[in-house]
Design a binder for this molecule. Structure first.
Ligand code: NDP
Length: 439
């Protein structure tokens, strides 16, 4: 049915968590006695609203807006806003559900939520994006607050959109509150928030490699998918460490540049001109552009490139079973997820059964939300932290998450399975808080 289709990714995320924590439910009767699973899989509330705005041609446009407030046992609801035509309630429930465990893993006081709209910022003028953001916030402002629910960016929502959303909130409420994170630095943003998810992903991977006694990333060929906020900052940190990131992609195609991708050009193309990756080869004739139409069947060109480490940083289910087979055949040793749930269940099974070092999103990409929480702390104290302080805390947080995940996997007899390690560690903190807070 349509409902089932829409909720497919939500059920996929839910099934993975329940499967992982089954031994815990078996061994600790408190979770069963308190009906934790039944309570945890239903969001506290799903807010759905109409967003009406006027485009540059004076045509009235109608979109749907959402905020899923899933669980606030550990702190205010926290999670991004996604503006993309594929957004629907099921996608946001999946993202908010994942966010609960990710936020729990950080050890910070934040609950899980997610929101967004089916609005597509691509091809819209700045003025149209502003009009849309204003209309979206006209409704959303009723449900958020610095101690209630603090949204951030996600796909299609960067500093520009956060700025317009914040401006509208301030206009409606006259309140200069930290109700959004990912704000530009000049009005309450934290240094390093844009870099946080991508940098955090690489810090996490480094720690995991150390714990696994595997070779570090320096000098290694790495593949990255996506070319947005997460992907480009992951590429940046890989360069800092002396690795060689040779790819990136967008929804239309993939770049393979064997010498290492030109990061400055990519930033300019994606953050300033907002154009397709196709233009890259104009100035880099040695690189290859593979349009989507030429991808292998049921697979993606980016995962066909031989590499030591692969970092999916675009979107959900972008790394299929076939992609996993190709990566494994080409000798991949590490796969760390920058995007949310980018690997299909089949791909994850293949990685785990081939003993590939696999870092699941809810642990590996938690750096963004961690720095968002640092932004909340700075806003609450009306203060600013230095770049070095944020970076140091981010690094420590990612190292702690990696250790927590690795040790939990060992404690529960699933050594090396960081999917289970992350799910169990994330679940325990939330579930224990829910029990302590009563029904
Ligand atoms: P951006 O909007 O900055 O970039 C998204 C990138 O993914 C773009 O290159 C986009 O290409 C590509 N993409 C989107 N949809 C598809 C698709 N269906 N097929 C192929 N490529 C696609 O988003 P972010 O970088 O912020 O987010 C990327 C992922 O990371 C998401 O899963 C997000 O939930 C996750 N994430 C983000 C965090 C953050 O701090 N921003 C925090 C934690 C997780 P195109 O421009 O052509 O659409």
């Amino acid at each position: 049915s349509a409902d089932c289709n829409e909720n497919k990714v939500f059920y996929q995320a839910m099934e993975e968590v329940i499967y992982s924590i089954a031994p815990l439910l078996e061994s600790d009767e408190r979770y069963r006695q308190n009906s934790i699973i039944e309570r945890l899989v239903v969001p506290d509330r799903v807010i759905k609203f109409k967003v009406v705005w006027m485009d540059d041609n004076q045509n009235i446009q109608v979109n749907t807006g959402y905020r899923v407030q899933f669980n606030n046992a550990l702190g205010p609801y926290k999670g991004g806003l996604r503006f993309h035509p594929t957004v629907n309630e099921g996608v946001l429930k999946f993202l908010a559900f994942e966010q609960i465990f990710k936020n729990s893993l950080t050890g910070l006081p934040i609950g899980g939520g997610k929101g967004g709209s089916d609005f597509d910022p691509k091809g819209k003028s700045d003025f149209e994006v502003m009009k849309f953001c204003s209309a979206f916030m006209t409704e959303l402002h009723k449900y958020i607050g610095a101690r209630i629910d603090v949204p951030a960016g996600d796909i299609g929502v960067g500093a520009r959109e956060i700025g317009y959303l914040f401006g509208e909130y301030k206009k409606i409420t006259s309140s200069y509150d930290g109700i959004l994170t990912g704000k530009p630095f000049m009005f309450g943003g934290s240094l390093m928030r844009p870099e946080a998810t991508g940098y955090g992903l690489i810090y996490f991977t480094q720690t995991m490699l150390e714990l696994e006694e595997k070779e570090p990333l320096a000098g290694k060929i790495c593949t990255v998918s996506g070319s947005g906020n997460v992907a480009l900052h992951a590429i940046e940190k890989l360069y800092h460490l002396g690795a060689i990131p040779v790819s990136c992609s967008d929804s239309r195609g993939t770049i393979h540049d064997p010498k290492g991708v030109d990061l400055e050009l990519l930033k300019e193309m994606k953050f300033v001109r907002r154009v397709s990756l196709e233009d890259y080869v104009d100035t880099h004739p040695d690189a290859k552009y593979i349009p989507k139409e030429d991808y292998p069947e049921e697979a993606h060109a980016v995962w066909d490139i031989p590499c030591y480490a692969a970092f999916p940083c675009a979107t959900q289910n972008e790394l299929t079973g076939m992609d996993a087979q190709n990566l494994i055949a080409n000798g991949v040793e590490v796969v760390a997820e920058g995007a949310n749930m980018p690997s299909t269940p089949k791909a994850i099974n293949d990685f785990l059964s081939h003993k590939i070092c696999f870092a699941p999103a809810k642990a590996a990409n938690a750096g963004g939300v961690a720095v968002s929480e640092f932004e909340m702390a700075q806003n609450a104290a009306m203060g600013k932290w230095s770049f070095e302080k944020v970076d140091e805390r981010l690094k420590t947080t990612m190292q702690q998450i990696a250790k927590r995940v690795v040790l939990t996997a060992q404690d529960y007899g699933v050594d090396g399975n960081y999917v289970d390690g992350a799910n169990i560690a994330g679940f325990k903190r939330v579930a224990d808080a829910m029990i302590a807070e009563g029904i």
